[in-house]
Design a protein around this ligand. Structure first.
Ligand code: HDL
Ligand code: ZN
Length: 414
């Protein structure tokens, strides 16, 4: 293969990846109807919990003092520590600057008040359109919890949905805090018992069905600790087997497992205080084997779990692997696991999701991931071309659409 041929193919792949709109399959963004729950703007960008964790590494103030500050004061503390006093080289810092630069702001002036001034010109509606356009994101999936006391009443009021914001039914408290979820479910009219007696499992299924219909959930989702085991006599394992699995079959709804978090490793950092642990990929394999008529999505938090998770996906076609989640969402690791995934499971994977908590982050999360995905893909297509197999533009466009959310949409619809 000549170097000109290779360069042309690499340019084509990069162009297609850049131009293909994304379905972002996991975010913490909200439909505009949720008002202030949809975070955006410079102070939200700077107080992203990733930056709070990084900021504390330089702060002298006690953690408790930081939490008494106003959001603008927190943002200024982070701006000074991570951008002014030290070059903003981390992925989360760079992300803020990528976003500001793409929004047309002049970051070299290092002028935070001026940046706030720029943002004040935007209405939320216009800013949503601008962010989705700049990020080239066609649709995002939210994280929607019936256990969130601020979010739940909005759903109960009903509202006209923005079709660009799909919903996912997030049920962590049900599985990881069953004891305390029982009284809540009973308050909401579901006759459940902590010991799973009587109609508990069918009532949990009714709860899942009610919320699936209410929010039009694309999938059901839970974040589980590194200690998750299956089979097991834990409440989580019992509820998965006797409620979530039959619910998933009844509604043709996938169950998304995000495994490996260690919540509150440092509680002083609040949302920024979670850490990770190495999980048991075998638990995922045993779930896929025990429930062949259910569909599973899975992403894991530990780098050490990524290879085994890919192999698990090779074994079970009802398992769809997605994303470079949280501590995995850094250029060096994104490249490493995207290369490994394509080499092991080809295009039957969703390499990335943004996990955005702030709308503007869509711009940097995808600006940073697209070139990495394109680089890996270009290498793989060049390897193909070297065998004489010439990928057409149409084939590359088909493949990239699949990787950027299309394959997951097909998996969910199957
Ligand atoms: O549990 C999750 O969905 C995680 O993504 C957490 O929300 C985490 O705090 C996060 O934002 N990671 O990117
Ligand atoms: Zn998340």
């Amino acid at each position: 293969m000549t170097s000109e041929h290779s360069s042309a193919l690499r340019a084509l792949v990069g162009n297609v990846v850049q131009q293909t709109p994304v379905y972002d399959v996991h975010t913490h963004l909200y439909d505009p109807a949720f008002g202030d729950l949809l975070l955006w703007g410079i102070d939200e960008l700077l107080t992203y919990h990733y930056l709070i964790a990084e900021g504390f590494r330089w702060f002298d103030m006690p953690e408790a003092k930081f939490w008494t500050l106003k959001k603008t004061e927190q943002a200024e503390a982070i701006w000074n520590a991570l951008f002014i006093d030290h070059s903003p080289l981390s992925e989360a810092c760079r992300g803020v600057l990528t976003t500001l630069n793409r929004l047309g702001f002049d970051v070299k002036k290092r002028d935070l008040p001026a940046l706030r001034q720029h943002y004040s010109k935007w209405s939320s509606g216009d800013f949503i359109n601008k962010s989705l356009e700049l990020a080239n994101v066609r649709k995002v999936c939210m994280t929607n919890s019936p256990f969130d006391d601020v979010e739940r009443p909005v759903w109960e009021r009903d509202f006209d949905r923005d079709p660009r914001f799909t919903a996912a039914l997030r049920i962590d408290p049900l599985l990881v805090d069953w004891e305390n979820s029982v009284p809540k479910l009973r308050t909401w009219g579901y006759a459940v018992h902590a010991d799973f007696s009587e109609l508990t499992f069918s009532e949990v299924r009714r709860f899942l069905g009610d919320w699936t219909r209410r929010i039009d959930a694309q999938y059901c989702m839970v974040s589980l600790g590194a200690d998750f085991r299956f089979p097991d006599n834990s409440a989580a394992a019992q509820l998965i087997e006797h409620a979530i699995m039959p619910h998933g079959r009844e509604h043709n709804q996938a169950f998304a497992l995000m495994i490996g978090v260690r919540r509150n490793a440092n509680p002083l950092l609040r949302l920024a205080g979670d850490s990770l642990g190495q999980a048991d990929v075998g638990a995922v394999e045993r779930l896929c084997e025990a429930f062949p008529d259910n569909k599973f999505l899975c992403t894991m938090l530990a780098r050490e779990n990524q290879h085994a998770l890919c192999v698990a996906a090779r074994k079970f076609r009802n398992l769809h692997v997605f994303g470079c989640w949280w501590f995995m969402n850094n250029p060096s690791l994104i490249e490493e696991i995207t290369r490994m995934r394509i080499e092991l499971i080809g295009l039957s994977v969703t390499p990335q999701h943004s996990d955005c908590r702030v709308l503007d982050q869509l711009i940097y999360k995808w600006d940073h991931s697209r070139p990495i995905i394109a680089k890996v893909l270009a290498d793989k297509y060049c390897d193909l071309a070297a065998t004489g197999w010439e990928p057409s533009r149409a084939e590359i466009e088909r493949d990239v659409h699949g990787l950027l959310g299309g394959a997951l949409e097909s998996f969910l619809a199957r």
